[in-house]
Design a protein around this ligand. Structure first.
Ligand code: ADP
Ligand code: MG
Length: 520
């Protein structure tokens, strides 16, 4: 949306353009039309989200420039804020000479203020104490006030202005419009709104909701052991140029990076252990599209300023609800659409519910892409590649083709070429279905691991890949015995199923690995 689409007069629009305002902020987008209609309004949004223009732009529309009486008042908690708001309003009034505004607050000579009020101003912006002062002296009359704004209501109450506010509101004609803005809401504010606002429209803007709305949000139930596989499948299906994956700890980031690299994805880690200069370098490379997947912790989520991230994955459900909004706010920026997927393991479902409540987000349930879907995508990619070569019509190998044609028919040649071209992109059929294994918890089970010294496998490789692929930390793993051609790994029974499934079709040190229960 742009300010052009809002029902504001041309002079204001020109002034907005001069001030560099192009797109309304979320609170402005929601507040301006409602306040223009004359409705009472309660707006909650954080500092710096543009609340001032949310009320002052519609306020300006309501002022009768030919009438010099006070028609609108804005109550602010401090002198600094009153001055700031007045400056902002004057910016919007740049091309409207008939409308005047002043800021009145304690600490400035009351005589000066009286003189200015006498000259005729339509918009008075002030602190409650000083406004009351002028009311008592009858130097400020409120009987023509059509609109009354309580800005930073929470701050005003914190500063003990409750009674003053009530006194002022009681003195303003009852047919007025009242709007209230606050960064936070509490019972006392709600009581004021009940008493003095009529049938108000309430809008609460979560930090970054702007982006959140444009993001398709999906949750997927997974087993811990399937997470990395699920992630790789999602990347293959969505095929984002840029994706960010969030883990809850640095260790999880490092483990996942290991798996992604082993599987030939271009991925980089970003977390608190990486020095600032290193982080900046990684961000720059990401912006330039030098790699596809950034794996990060929450510590750095806020600092990530990359515009065209198409896919965000919560590899772990965030520990704080607020983080969810920060994380997924990395995608869907500037009107682009984005996708955000959250992996949910077992009991984490309730955590997801509280995230939904907190962020007001619509999160659909999805599922891990199936192998059939993956294969379809892979075929599509191959076909696209071939088509694009045909389209470009840049063929340099006529002599090879001629030679092949001497002995083979064209279809056979094509079949052979496809086998070569598909290469590592060949349809997956090597992942077995999830295996059910029944062993008792606590019972130590010996696992057979098909890699050994000849594959240059070390204890840390085995522990690392089990941690990364199965989410099972090294301290849970017992004795590891690495022999020449294979190894044995002892683990408690409760982890066996996750390890065997999680390690399916995985590589360790570039070797396909296979784990099963040892037959002794
Ligand atoms: P809040 O009252 O919510 O803390 P402000 O109204 O003071 O926020 O606005 C914060 C800053 O953003 C101000 O410098 C303001 O001029 C600027 N601003 C507000 N809305 C817009 C907009 N739509 N486009 C550009 N800048 C804006
Ligand atoms: Mg403000």
């Amino acid at each position: 949306m742009t300010f052009e689409e809002l029902n504001l007069n041309e002079k204001t629009k020109r002034a907005l353009k001069d001030a560099g305002y192009v797109n309304p902020t979320p609170i402005q987008e929601q507040a301006i039309p409602v306040v223009l209609e004359g409705k009472d309004f309660i707006g909650q949004s954080k500092t710096g989200t543009g609340k001032t223009a949310s009320y002052s732009l519609p306020m300006i529309e309501k002022i009768d420039a030919t009438n010099k009486k006070v028609q609108a008042i804005v109550l602010c908690p401090t002198r600094e804020l009153a001055v700031q708001v007045a400056d902002e309003v004057r910016k919007f009034l740049k091309y409207q000479e008939g409308i005047k505004t002043i800021a009145i607050y304690g600490g400035q000579s009351i005589e000066t203020q009286i003189k200015m009020l006498k000259k005729g101003v339509q918009i008075v912006i002030g602190t409650p104490g000083r406004i009351m002062d002028h009311m008592r002296r009858k130097t400020l009359k409120l009987d023509n006030v059509k609109m009354c704004v309580l800005d930073e209501a929470d701050e005003m109450l914190n500063m003990g202005f409750e009674e003053d506010i009530e006194t002022i509101l009681k003195d303003v004609p009852s047919g007025r419009q009242t709007v209230l803005f606050s960064a936070t809401m509490n019972k006392r504010i709600m009581e004021i709104t009940k008493k003095y606002l009529q049938n108000p429209k309430k809008v609460k803007i979560q930090a970054e909701e702007l982006t959140v709305n444009e993001i398709e949000q999906i949750s997927i139930q997974v087993k811990e052991a399937m997470k990395s596989e699920a992630l790789m499948r999602l990347i293959e299906v969505y095929r984002p140029q840029k994706a960010i994956v969030f883990c809850n700890t640095k260790k999880r980031v490092d483990d996942l990076i290991e798996v992604l690299k082993q599987n030939h994805f271009k991925a980089e880690a970003l977390h608190g252990d990486i020095k600032q200069s290193g982080r900046e370098r990684i961000m720059k490379r990401m912006r330039n599209g030098e790699f596809q997947i950034l794996v990060a912790t929450d510590v750095v989520a806020r600092g990530i300023d990359i515009q065209d991230v198409e896919f965000v994955l919560n590899y772990d459900v965030p520990q704080e609800e607020e983080y969810y909004v920060h994380r997924i706010g990395r995608t869907g920026r500037n009107g682009n659409t984005g996708k955000a997927v959250t992996f949910v393991v077992g009991k984490e479902k309730s955590k997801l519910q509280s995230i939904k409540r907190y962020s007001n987000a619509k999160i659909k349930e999805g599922s891990i892409p199936t192998l059939a879907e993956i294969n379809k995508i892979r075929n599509k990619v191959t076909i696209e590649k071939i088509k694009s070569v045909i389209d470009k019509n840049e063929f340099e190998y006529q002599n090879i083709l001629d030679e092949l044609k001497e002995r083979n028919n064209t279809e056979d040649i094509v079949k052979a070429l496809l086998t070569i071209v598909c290469g590592k992109n060949k349809p997956k059929d090597d992942i077995k279905n999830e295996i059910k294994i029944n062993v008792k918890n606590g019972e130590i089970v010996k696992l057979f691991f098909n890699l050994g010294k000849k594959d240059n496998i070390k204890v840390k490789d085995i522990v690392g890949s089990i941690a990364a692929n199965c989410g099972i930390s090294g301290d849970k793993i017992g004795k590891i015995n690495i022999l020449d051609k294979f190894s044995f790994v002892e683990v408690p029974g409760e982890y066996v199923e996750d390890i065997i499934n999680g390690m399916q079709a995985k590589q360790v040190k570039g070797r396909n690995c296979n784990i099963e229960i040892a037959k002794h």
